[in-house]
Design a protein around this ligand. Structure first.
Ligand code: NDP
Length: 277
């Protein structure tokens, strides 16, 4: 019988621990501040930004909000980031993606000081992760590690297969599993004999961006399956990269969508804000 990993519960535990920690820090006169920058009013981005601010309020992180109009120029945005980099009272800077098409996303992310890059996207932090130095880690893959650890699933020595090699999920996920002493394989759209590889996995992380692509034929009996994907299906219901119904009975543990990896991303953002590097 498989167990469903409850990401909502685990993310709440983490936020409660961070709330206590932030309160203790405040008693010592230390306050954490996150600056959240949004350009334009994309409805999905607005929901994410609202949820991040709500989490800040709950945990006890001060949040500064920069809601800039869609037509904001790149230079203006870079100026605001430079200002935030300089401010001693700001510990974290988050620029909500995607940015409008007239702004170069890479230039903007590079402008954020690595010491304040709580999203963990800056090449300095990516590099630190790959050579085992302290630094901010991308929140979604960091959340997956917490889901595994807090469910009592050991990673050491396990065959871990990551399906997807994006800069924000697949690659940092692979580096983190390696840091935990997993034996890691990364698959992508050019991988040959995909099922042969995924069927070797003790821990399979699906971050492929294709609704319900991973069915039972990709999964070994007793595997742990973590579904990072988020999509809306034909009925406007949320689903993941994994076909939960067919896969779950083969697994020992599996994350649902919604309520699995999703809630962990904001919890880990809060961890980055409170705990720093
Ligand atoms: P990307 O689209 O950036 O990357 C997808 C990866 O999957 C690529 O490396 C691609 O390979 C690979 N891929 C695509 N099709 C196949 C295939 N048929 N076989 C094997 N590999 C394939 O997606 P992200 O990494 O940004 O996101 C992945 C999923 O996670 C999405 O559903 C996204 O919505 C979700 N997500 C969820 C978050 C959360 O908080 N829970 C946060 C971020 C993302 P190649 O490199 O060769 O193109």
């Amino acid at each position: 019988m498989y167990q469903v990993i409850d990401g909502k519960k685990i993310s709440q535990e983490i936020k409660d621990e961070l709330r206590e920690k932030a309160a203790r820090m405040r008693e010592q006169g230390i306050e954490r501040t996150l600056a959240v920058v949004q350009v334009g009013a994309d409805p999905a981005s607005s929901v994410y930004v609202r949820n991040k601010k709500k989490a800040c309020e709950y945990v006890g992180v001060r949040s500064l909000s920069y809601e800039l109009p869609e037509e904001t120029g790149e230079e203006k945005l870079l100026g605001i980031i430079r200002e935030l980099n300089e401010r001693e009272d700001v510990n974290g800077i988050l620029v909500q993606l995607p940015l409008p098409s007239h702004i170069n996303e890479e230039r903007v992310l590079l402008a954020i000081s690595p010491e304040k890059d709580v999203d963990g996207f800056h090449p300095v932090n990516v590099g630190n992760l790959s050579i085992g130095r302290p630094g901010y880690v991308s929140c979604t893959p960091a959340g997956v590690i917490q889901l595994l650890k807090r469910s009592g699933i050991s990673i050491q020595g396990k065959e871990c297969v990551v399906l997807g090699r994006s800069n924000i999920v697949g690659k940092p996920m692979a580096m983190l599993l390696l840091r935990e002493n997993g034996t890691v394989t990364v698959c992508h759209s050019r991988t040959e004999n995909l099922r042969e590889i995924t069927r070797r996995a003790d821990i399979l992380v699906a971050a492929v961006g294709k609704p319900r692509m991973v069915d039972e034929t990709y999964v070994k009996d007793g595997a742990v399956v973590i579904d990072v994907g988020i999509h809306r299906n034909e009925d406007n219901k949320l689903c993941g990269d994994v076909d939960f119904e067919s896969v779950a009975p083969k697994t020992s543990y599996i994350t649902p969508v919604p309520g699995g990896v999703g809630p962990m991303t904001i919890a880990m953002l809060m961890a980055n804000c409170v705990e720093g590097i």
